[in-house]
Write a protein that binds this ligand. Sequence first.
Ligand code: SF4
Ligand code: SF4
Length: 306
Amino acid sequence: MHLRKDNIVELPVNISHLDIEIVRGCFLKCKWCPLDKEQPYQFIGLDLFEKIINALHSVNGGYHRIDLFRGGEPFLHPDIKALLSVLERKNMSGKRTIGFFTNGMAFKNEQIKAVVESSLNIEIVFSVDGVGTMESFEYMRPGAKWEIVKKNISLLSEARKGSIYGGCKKIAVSTIIPHQDAVPFFVPQEEEIHEIFKKEFSLPGVDEFYYRGIHRYNGQVLIEGMPEKEIRNGACCFVKRGGISILVDGRVSVCCGDLTNTLIVGDLKNETFGEIFYGRSLSSIRGMMLTGERSKLEVCGTCDLR
Ligand code: SF4
Ligand code: SF4
């Protein structure tokens, strides 16, 4: 391990992106979501969250983006304001983005206030799967309501206009475009879908749109109409860039796509970040990726994510 004079651990690669699961659990029943909805909800505790953020400080990792999300619905957390305060106290502002991916249904006044009153550069990404229509959205996200999500986007947009706090608050919409054979509605070309989204969401205040084709997360989800799983080799970009993903209980996984937690490489409750990053488990996974043995990793060989 490379330890500098100021006790900062040098990592071999910059961690450009990491995510912290602040809530495990969700009340929607989105098609093809691999999250286990039967397990009880878990919320990250403030002590553990602070410990994790302190651990991040001990490594020279970069962290251009930290997502407070790893599947599940982050705005179910009972104290978003306190979590954001920890990040502010640890100077996690500046150019670094703090991201939330939300289903938009649990986004209440209290959370909107916490976000707009924070000095952090926060990006809220609303997941609006489908082709930009209520029909497709509510088909792909059973339990979600198109009008409620649109209303919550508008409320956030209005609130940030009046904010006196410095941090940028970006609002984005992300969609998963389904495979035509897997859904009963028509799936237009991506350019057309983009126009539909712009028409529906630019006025409510959305700054950016992200599009992704339908994927099987870590290769474990079967989707009707998709071609047979192809076995992949070679390192995925998440591992090459040194991504890391921290679970609600402090365990560390290789990546955010590992929603079934099969790629656990350590536990921040009783190991340091440096020990985990240089530990045998992560080195062995990284080694398999780099030597063309990705397919031997159960969830990675058929992963569509990267
Ligand atoms: S909102 Fe996310 S976590 Fe919840 S069911 Fe949908 S895909 Fe799964
Ligand atoms: S191959 Fe997929 S599941 Fe495996 S580490 Fe990369 S993104 Fe994650």
